[in-house]
Structure formats: C-alpha cells, structure tokens
Design a protein around this ligand. Sequence first.
Ligand code: ATP
Length: 241
Amino acid sequence: IALEIVAETGSTNVDLLARAAHLQQPTLLWAQLQTAGKGRAGRAWHTPAGAALTFSLAWKFNLPVQGLLGLPLAVGVVIAEALRTFGVDARLKWPNDVLKDDGKLAGILIETVTDKTGRQATWAVIGIGINIAQASGLSMQTGRAVVAATELAAEPERAMAALLDGFAQALPRFEQQGFAGFVDAWNALDAYAGEPVNILDQGQVLHTGYAAGVDAGGRLLLDTAQGRITVLAGDVSLRIR
Ligand code: ATP
C-alpha cells in the first residue's frame, strides 16, 4: 500500500476518486487537516484541526460494484477491532458507523469507480474519519453525541499502522469471501442488538422493530410486528427508539 501524507485537503475521498482510475497500487491518503469532509447522502463530516484521523484508502477489487454492498460493514469491523487493541470500547452501528458509549466515534464513506479494464473490477475509495480529540461544539453542530478515541491522540502514527495492517489482511479476505467472512465479527460488536429501533428514510419512519444483527449480505435483520424483515442499507438510517 502506497502511503501519502498531506497537510491539508478538502476531501481525501474526492482526491483519490479523481485519481483512482490511474493508480498502479492500493493507495492510502492521510490528510492532517480535512476541510470539506463528506458523509452519506451529501451530509458533511466535520473534522476540526487536530481532532481527527482523516484518510481514504483506494483499493481495487476484482469484483463488480454489486459485490461491494457489504464493504462498509466489513470496514467497520476492521476499524473497531484495530481501535479495541488500543483499549477503545468501539462498537458498530448499522450500516456505517463506529460508536463508543452510544456516541459517534468514526464514520465511513465508500465511493466507487468502475475499473477501465472492464466491469468485473472496481476501485473502492474507502473514506474514514476517526475522532481522536474531543472537539467542543461538535455535538451541538451535528445534533448528536460525538465521542473521541482519545487513546489514539498521543500516537496517531501507531494507530494508522494498526489500521493499515488490518486493511491489508481484511480486504483480500473480503474479495474472496465477501461480507460473509465478517458477519460473525460484526454481530459480536453490534451496539444495538436487541434494541428497539426505527429505520428512517429522509427523516420519515420506514420500519419499526427490534434490531437483530445483520445477515451475510450486510442487511439489517429487524424483528417487526409482522415478523422478521431484512433492510438494505441504501441511504436509510437507524435510530434507537
Ligand atoms: P446515520 O446512519 O446515523 O444516519 P449518517 O449516515 O447520517 O449516520 P454519515 O452520513 O455517514 O452519518 O455522516 C454524516 C453525519 O455525521 C452528519 O450529518 C453529522 O450528524 C455527523 N457528523 C459529522 N461530523 C462528525 C464527527 N466528526 N463525528 C461524529 N459525527 C459527525
């Protein structure tokens, strides 16, 4: 994996997306400061200076884009397991968040480019933001609990090395096994297993039930009054009731 470190950029995902089709090898771009980070569905990811690890990893999978549906969840497992080796009680929230104490610790945004050699290969640009220092005002600004893995702040390089190692092992496994190779690990770290939740689509309640983990395709299992259903990630959000 080629490692590039820059002092500042708008969005590491935007930068790598522009270059993905020409990359010769997996590339990790780490920005000390990211000024226009993105979340899902056009939402913003805020990273005040010095308060977060912000980076993107471009990785070519010999898979069509549909083969990457469970990738955000597998990436969550990699991040949570790496953070746990630093003593951070990281857990997972479907589909793409890493939590601690029910606050949002890290976000994941994956964007893809079909490889120019054909539809069977896809470049995934895996964007990650991990809060490492408590930034005052962020919870106010986002309207939700924001937490930080302060254990990483003293030695961010060592945290990045652990994450890199995790990705180097996990992504080839994802290519071979898909999310099925990660489903047990995901369910073991599920923050909301058994909890009453709503599934929202643009603020509207789409489904109500009890969270029951995820299946081997990365779909949420939801026990509703009508029985168990599966929910595709798409742009929907899970909220505790
Ligand atoms: P959910 O699945 O809970 O709806 P989400 O998918 O909305 O989460 P993303 O779109 O991945 O989350 O990320 C953007 C959102 O994350 C923002 O709308 C904001 O609420 C929140 N956010 C922005 N910056 C941070 C940060 N540094 N730490 C924690 N949360 C943040």
